[in-house]
Design a protein around this ligand. Structure first.
Ligand SMILES: [Fe+2]
Ligand SMILES: [Fe+2]
Length: 210
């Protein structure tokens, strides 16, 4: 048995450790205890940890854009907020590029996986496809087809994705734009992540609708 002094502290001192190092040794009672504590922990921590993914990039340097990804995210969310759109749309804008550096080629899927349980299919779809829709606004970027998005023309979420990218993404890297501070969005993120989660694993989310 490891020394207790080496354990990570519990989030709640009234909770209990399962003091077994292999999952194969966990009893039904262990799992019941762990799952109850896990649900409470997620309720306390999930939104905060999602926000930390973004706030960790606040002082990151730029690779060439005039602002870093953090400022781009704040500008996008601020523009959505000031247009009077829904709180869900604001939070989706805030976190749409949270994996842009760490998971560049699939950062839309990254954001969709992060928020998919708590947002509409309209935004889940938009997150997954926004990168391709951005091609239209990058006509001089070598190796991309500006009209690749046309394969999804007619999809119910095509227009929202096109609008999001046009209004709130492709031109949201302006160092002179007066962004709201992250604190403006913190309670919104907590409210969105406190929604009853939808288990999208049961849906065929990768079945594309041409
Ligand atoms: Fe993006
Ligand atoms: Fe973006």
């Amino acid at each position: 048995m490891p020394q207790r002094s080496t354990y990570t502290p519990l989030a709640d001192p009234l909770w209990q450790y399962v003091e077994k190092v292999s999952l194969e040794e966990f009893s039904r009672a262990d799992w019941a205890q762990l799952n109850a504590q896990r649900a409470a922990y997620a309720g306390l921590q999930q939104a905060s940890q999602a926000l930390r993914l973004l706030s960790a990039s606040e002082h990151d340097p730029s690779f060439g854009y005039m602002v870093n990804n953090y400022r781009h995210s704040l500008q996008s969310a601020t523009m959505v907020l000031r247009d009077g759109r829904s709180e869900e749309d604001v939070v989706v804008a805030l976190l749409h590029d949270v994996g842009f550096i760490t998971c560049p080629l699939m950062h839309g899927d990254f954001a969709a996986a992060l928020m998919g349980a708590y947002v509409s299919e309209r935004n889940h779809w938009m997150l997954r496809h926004h990168g391709v829709f951005q091609n239209l606004h990058s006509p001089n970027l070598p190796g991309v087809d500006p009209h690749e998005r046309e394969r999804w023309r007619g999809n119910a979420h095509f227009d929202w994705t096109a609008e999001f990218v046009d209004r709130y993404d492709q031109a949201a890297s302006d160092p002179g734009y007066p962004c709201e501070p992250l604190e403006t969005f913190v309670p919104m993120v907590h409210r969105i992540f406190s929604r009853p989660p939808l288990d999208r694993r049961s849906l065929n989310i990768h079945k594309e609708t041409p």
